[in-house]
Ligand binder design. Structure first.
Ligand code: ADP
Ligand code: MG
Length: 272
């Protein structure tokens, strides 16, 4: 049974690729309004887990229940997106020749995108909605600039905005701060906290300082299984997590910037 307030739960989910088990009986509950971080070594199965929720990968076993009753594992990715699951991928998908505003228009849910196409423009309400999103992203002054003019960090924010334009109930983000500067990371953390006010967010991230600034709860995946789950403090002090992920020589002292730097892993290079 779903816990009250649960937006998505995975029950005993397993995935294998040509006999290789990427996920092994994973149980995961994410509540409405929760900001959950998913961490773990490269190859742990984090991206695969997001792929399962948004329907890109079908589990061999187990169920993915969304909004209490819908079994997502039976649906196609576009049906899952229409139900309110938004996904930001690791690789950018913006149109660089179009403006920020135009990119957001393309991201509108289909019914609105059709309206915009038929009338050759967006309705005033949608225009306001998109300007509000750009405002949240700190990009409102850039609304009519081409997306190609954006920095790496700004592009990531635009993509987050494009997912927000779809008004998802659950937002999935895969390593959103990879390649960002310290300041951009801080801004992204503030953005995620803002979004978590009315969305559930599940974010894969290696940067433990970022995780500390954002997550309510952390799930650690290792070799396709949940190794540990709890508060940031709890997982940072868990000896198994330190052993397999955070590394030897790590001191669970958040004020030690040297330790934090050591925790800042390189982003995945796996192209899935
Ligand atoms: P993470 O995101 O935690 O780094 P992934 O979910 O990308 O891990 O991958 C988990 C494991 O599954 C890795 O060993 C990876 O090589 C493998 N894998 C992922 N996707 C595929 C695929 N489409 N085909 C074959 N192997 C895959
Ligand atoms: Mg990954």
């Amino acid at each position: 049974m779903a816990q009250q307030g649960t937006i998505v739960y995975l029950e005993n989910v397993s995935v294998s690729f040509d006999g290789f088990q990427a996920l092994r009986g994973v149980d995961l509950y994410v509540d409405r309004g929760e900001l959950r971080a998913l961490i773990g070594p490269n190859g742990a199965g984090k991206t695969t887990l997001l792929d399962v929720i948004c329907g890109q990968v079908k589990p061999d076993n187990g169920r993915v229940i969304f909004g209490d009753i819908t079994d997502l594992s039976a649906l196609q990715p576009h049906q899952i997106a229409a139900l309110g699951v938004g996904r930001k991928f690791q690789t950018p998908s913006v149109f660089k020749q179009l403006t920020l505003f135009e990119n957001l228009t393309l991201a509108l849910p289909q019914r609105w995108a059709l309206w915009a196409t038929l009338l050759g423009s967006t309705s005033p309400t949608q225009a306001e909605q998109m300007m509000a999103i750009l405002d949240t992203l700190g990009l409102v002054d850039r609304a009519h600039d081409k997306a190609g003019a954006l920095s790496h960090g700004e592009l990531q924010w635009l993509e987050i905005g494009m997912v927000m334009a779809q008004e998802p109930a659950l937002l999935l983000l895969d390593e959103p701060v990879a390649g960002m500067t310290g300041k951009e990371r801080e801004k992204t953390a503030a953005l995620l906290r803002h979004m978590a006010q009315d969305h559930a967010v599940l974010v894969v991230e290696h940067d433990m300082e970022f995780v500390r600034q954002t997550a309510h709860k952390v799930t650690v995946l290792h070799e396709g299984a949940v190794l540990c789950e709890g508060s940031v403090d709890r997982v940072q002090q868990d000896t198994r997590v330190i052993e397999v992920y955070l590394g030897r020589g790590y001191h669970a002292d958040a004020t030690d910037s040297g330790a934090q730097r050591r925790l800042r892993r390189q982003p995945d290079t796996v192209g899935y």
